[in-house]
Every structure is written in C-alpha cells, then in structure tokens.
Design a protein around this ligand. Structure first.
Ligand code: ADP
Length: 485
C-alpha cells in the first residue's frame, strides 16, 4: 500500500475559486475533507489529495500567491498548444491551475457552444494528465468528475505503456449522467486519441467523453446510492444502462456531503440573525427580513423557495403549474436561479401573473441564496431526476423544510413525514398532494418546529462520505500495489 496515497482530483469548478452549481461545492470541499481524515481511520495510511482546475478567466487570485510549477505542450491537430501550470496552497493543499489559450479565451466555465467546451475540456484533461509527468509527484490515483475531465481517464488508458502512467488507477464520479459531452469525434482526432473499438459501449457513445471515461475508469461513483441504482435502468440510464450493468461490480453510490463550516446558520454572516436548532423563533426575523427585502407582505404564510440552475432537469415547470393550481391557498414564492431562456421566461411570467406573491430573481447570488435558505419555510425541488442535490441539504441545515420529488439523492436525504415531504411522480398532481400535506403541518407550529429541528439535526457533513471515498481509494491503491483490493 503506498503511503501516503496520492490522488489528483480533477474538476471544472470548485469553491471558493469559481462556482456554477453543486460540482463546485463538492470539488471545493471533498479534497479537503479527504486530507483531514485521520491516519487511524485509514488503517494507518495517509491521503495526499491535490486539486486541479482550469484557470478560468473569472478566477481572480493575487499573482503573488501563485507559483509557476510547469510549462509544457499538448499536441492538437499537428500543432503544439502551450500549457502553463500554477500552484497555490489552500490550507496546506496544493491546487494546480492549468492555463492555455483555449481556457483563457473562453467566456465562461460552461457555454452554449458545446463544441468549444469540448475542445477546452479535452485540452484541460490532457494537460492535467501531462502534469503528472512534469511534477515530482506521481499520483497513485486520478479522480475525475463528470464529462469535462473524463477524457483524462481515456487518454491514460491508451497510454498505459508509459512507465510513469502505467500504475495510476482511476475513479470517475458521475454528478450528471445525461451530460455526456456530446459527439467527440472532433476532439478525439484533434488530440490524437484513437476511437474506441469495443462494442460494450453503444455505437453512439463510443466517441463521447463521459462514456469513454466510464469505460476507462477502474471505479465509478454516482453521487447517491439511489442514483447508482437508477442509472442501471432505461428510465435514467440514458442508453448506457446495459453497459453500466456490465460494470455494476465497479459502481459504488456515495452521497455528496456539505462543508458544514461554509453552510452554517449559526455563523453565516449573510443572515439578518444567526440561529441554530435550539433558537428557531429567531429564524422568523430572517423570514421577515427576506419578505421585506423582496418587497413581499410580511405575512405569516408559507414562503416557498427554489434556488438552482434553471434547467429542464430541475422540473421548475412542474412547480410553476402546481403553484397555479394552488390559488385557493395562501403562499408566497421566490425563485433564484438562471439558465434556460424559455424557462427563465416562464419564471418571469409567473411573477407577472402573481405580482403580490411571486419574486423571480434571475442571477447567481450566493449571499441572497443564504438569506433565502434561512428565511423561506419550504424548499421545492420537482427535479425530473436528481443525482444527489445539495440545495435540499443546505435548506434542511437552515431549517427550510424540503418538498421534493422522490428521486435519486432527494430520496436518500429527505425522510417523508419527518424531515420533509416526498412526492412519487414528477407531476403537478403528485406535488400538489405533498404541498397540501406540508401546509397542514405548517399550520401546526409545534409540529412544524419539530420538522425544522429534525432537518437541522441531520448530519450531511463529509465525515461519512469522505470515508467511503477513502476506503475506495485504499482498495484501488492496493490493486496498484499488486495486492488484493
Ligand atoms: P446542481 O449541482 O444540479 O446545480 P445542486 O442542488 O447539487 O444542483 O447544487 C446547487 C448549488 O448551487 C447549491 O449550492 C445552490 O445554493 C447553488 N446555486 C444554484 N443556483 C444559484 C444561484 N442562482 N445563486 C446562488 N446559488 C446558487
């Protein structure tokens, strides 16, 4: 067993450097949680996890904290693309930032131009792999996340003859299976990667980044146990279910955790009043402040909320339709998010239709999100599918009771009738039934506070999931070492 076990953790985004969605929460907190695991819990082995990110244009770090550690080239269509790698220490953890023209020229972390994104992330993935040859530190494991970094694993698989790379084991965490990276014929040929010749993957998937990464990975981690089972079915498997079933022995669902220091209502500076599970009445001040801030009447009626990417996946159209069917009830609703233009339009129309009840805020706003988690009564997630979902966990930590579709990680984190309300189908009828149950409990303040307290007492920290990852690392590293996993 190598000691320490060295892990290079690849992601497109990570807090506190850059955030678009939940991947940034995970990549920003899991590597640090892994490094904090005690040697004792690891049966005597230590973990040396290091993070690699693209140096996106929107990342601003003081130049004096960055140290240039490597310069090399990645070959693309016969030419050499220069790569610069910078290192900074974040609480003792090395973080590597990869820069190059394709990264510097990109307007955002993800764009609407998938072809350009694919080129950029293929470049990033290959540069991250090349970095392992430039550093005086060869990882035992590469841990990739989603399609953006999946090609690093495929490229590694095809370069196994290289003595510096041959012993590296691989793990791919799947945060969102339908996002495969699209038809990657262009990037495979541009970066000199051979197309896959293995009919175990369906033909259409044989040149797509995520399926190629899944095919190459020694271990596959969907981000919740339920999602891990769902992706083996035609309904959620996106056409990859037969392949995934053939790999089921290498699949382990591990729930994402939360950084309890970043998400803590007792210390959160963004709130009007800080609170904990033993001082719930203080939470009301946050609700009133939020209503005031949003220009809503300061009435004691349920304030419902959504915070998230505005995307077909999140089923916000289902929530909108449900709200329209609840005119007989008193409620207020706030949505904070951005994304799909058509759905954003629908969110705007809802406010136009219910100017006294609805607030639509179409932007990314971390501070406001915290005030909503702390002030709203119910958190709605009518996601059509939800690999894990962090927003409902954050909401619970802030005493905002979730009303959610019983799918993926939502099913694994919300206990129906105790810490929230589950509905079985992603449709307005099913959601309405759950909301009516929630409203009944809301009208009984003692019962409602019990729900809030039970939510706030749940342990969503990384302590258990990080240990599960650590055990997986150990098992993989033991194989590297020639031992039995
Ligand atoms: P996903 O990863 O599918 O985007 P998650 O629920 O796992 O969804 O994570 C979403 C994360 O992004 C949460 O931390 C949530 O608070 C944050 N978030 C999403 N949209 C916004 C927004 N518009 N403003 C602030 N935070 C947001």
């Amino acid at each position: 067993m190598p000691d320490p076990i060295k892990v290079l953790f690849l992601a497109a985004e990570a807090e506190p450097f850059i955030k678009v969605g939940g991947l940034a929460d995970v990549a920003g907190s899991l590597p640090r949680a892994l490094r904090a695991i005690t040697t004792q819990a690891m049966h005597g082995t230590k973990l040396d996890v290091r993070l690699v990110l693209p140096l996106h244009r929107a990342i601003h770090i003081e130049s004096k904290t960055l140290r240039r550690v490597a310069e090399f080239s990645v070959y693309r269509r016969g030419g050499a693309l220069p790569v610069q790698v910078f290192e900074m220490l974040q609480g003792g953890m090395p973080v590597y930032f990869i820069n190059g023209d394709l990264i510097a020229a990109a307007p955002s972390v993800y764009s609407t131009n998938l072809e350009a994104d694919r080129d950029k992330y293929a470049f990033f993935s290959l540069a991250a792999l090349e970095l392992t040859r430039s550093l005086d530190w060869t990882p035992d494991l590469i841990h990739a996340n989603d399609w953006h970094t999946a090609l690093a694993l495929y490229a590694l698989h095809s370069r196994r003859t290289d003595p510096k790379l041959m012993r590296i084991r691989t793990l791919l965490t799947v945060h969102n299976l339908p996002y495969t990276g699209g038809d990657g014929k262009d990037v495979l040929s541009a970066y000199g990667l051979m197309p896959l010749q293995d009919s175990i993957l369906p033909k259409w998937a044989q040149n797509q980044p995520l399926p190629l990464g899944l095919w190459s990975a020694d271990a596959i981690v969907p981000v919740s146990p339920t999602y891990g089972r769902e992706i083996l079915t035609p309904e959620f498997g996106c056409g990859l279910e037969t392949f995934l079933k053939s790999r089921s022995g290498s699949i382990t669902g591990i729930l994402n955790g939360l950084d309890n220091q970043i998400w803590n209502p007792d210390t959160d500076q963004a709130l009007a009043v800080r609170f904990n599970a033993d001082m719930l009445p203080a939470r009301k001040t946050n609700k009133t402040a939020l209503q005031k801030n949003l220009g809503l009447d300061e009435k004691p009626i349920p304030l419902l909320a959504i915070i998230g990417r505005i995307d077909e996946q999140k089923g916000i159209d289902i929530t909108f339709e449900t709200l329209r069917q609840m005119e007989d009830l008193d409620w207020q609703f706030v949505i904070l998010g951005s994304g799909d233009a058509v759905l954003e339009g629908a969110a705007r129309s809802l406010q136009t239709f219910y100017p006294d009840r609805v607030r639509t805020i179409l932007r990314f706003d971390d501070q406001l999100s915290r005030r909503i988690y702390a002030g709203a009564d119910m958190f709605l997630m009518s996601s059509r599918y939800e690999p894990c979902g962090l927003a409902q966990m954050i909401a619970m930590r802030y005493g905002c009771v979730p009303v959610v579709h019983a799918t993926g990680g939502l099913r694994d984190t919300v206990k129906d009738g105790k810490t929230g309300f589950l509905f079985s189908k992603a449709d307005p009828g099913s959601m309405l039934e759950a909301l009516r149950r929630a409203f009944d409990v809301y009208n009984n303040p003692d019962k409602w506070q019990r729900f809030q307290r039970d939510c706030m007492k749940e342990d969503f920290s990384w302590s258990r999931p990080a240990r599960q990852y650590a055990m997986l690392y150990r098992a993989l590293a033991a194989v590297t070492d020639g031992g039995e996993p």
